[in-house]
Ligand binder design. Sequence first.
Ligand code: 3DU
Length: 216
Amino acid sequence: MVKLMLALDVMDKDKALKIARETSEYVDAIKIGYPLVLATNLKIVKEIKELSNKEVICDFKVADIPSTNEKIAKLTLQYADGIICHGFVGEDSIRAIQNVAKENNKKVIMVTEMSHPGAVMFMQPIANELAKLAKKLGVDGVVAPSTRPERLKEIKEIVGEIPIVSPGIGAQGGDLEKVLEILSDNDYIIVGRSIYNSENPKESAKMYKEKLKNRE
Ligand code: 3DU
């Protein structure tokens, strides 16, 4: 079954813990990014992990030189199960993160093409090359857009067995039906606002989970 990754981009600790607790029955993984970590601190990752008992991925879109990437990965992967990095910085920068992840049995997920409209400017023209690099390096996942199913399909064809982690469903307007025709078991959709901003995050998470189940 395609998995559900909750993007927990709220900026209030209590709210984050409440939503993580309420939705944990229906989500497979929780993605924590700068909004929540900067509003609290890195230890929130540990707290969310303990409370939810789910895979927790830090979306820090790391994009620096190898030695700085290594430091960021070391700090992040003390608590998180995986970390999202950019691919455009090149092979050495990604390998630096992979080295830390391998030592700790953690995941490295690499961005190929982002889901927002602006990604067509600079990222889309190089995204297939990034997908080929992801495959060559054997990363543990790649980020590809649910907002552009034709691009999602192309990137999936390039990376083969590597799981896809796909944002864009819900607030960004991605078409879940179309996306589910492309994704396979072990891929993830990422859903943020349309769960955590809904009146009832638990019901919203449940609704997504059921849609994923019904596609099996
Ligand atoms: O649009 P949503 O609220 O469902 O959240 C999507 C999440 O995925 C959010 O954390 C955003 O930072 C992240 N993301 C993208 O939206 C697009 C990407 O290409 C990569 C990550």
